[in-house]
Design a binder for this molecule. Structure first.
Ligand code: FES
Length: 49
């Protein structure tokens, strides 16, 4: 494990502690829900950022 690159680590020393996996899962879930709701612009924005 090295330095966190995603920016969302909960580690006090800013090392990667696996939080990026949670971020990824939440993002995928959000995208799925927005897609289901027809918020295509928001989906595109999330996918590109
Ligand atoms: S890269 Fe940020 S927690 Fe892994």
């Amino acid at each position: 494990m090295g330095a966190c690159a995603c920016g969302y680590t909960t580690d006090p020393d800013k090392n990667c502690n696996g939080t990026h996996n949670v971020v990824k899962a939440v993002k995928a879930d959000l995208i799925a829900k927005l897609e289901a709701g027809g918020f295509d612009d928001a989906v595109l924005h999330l996918k590109n950022n």
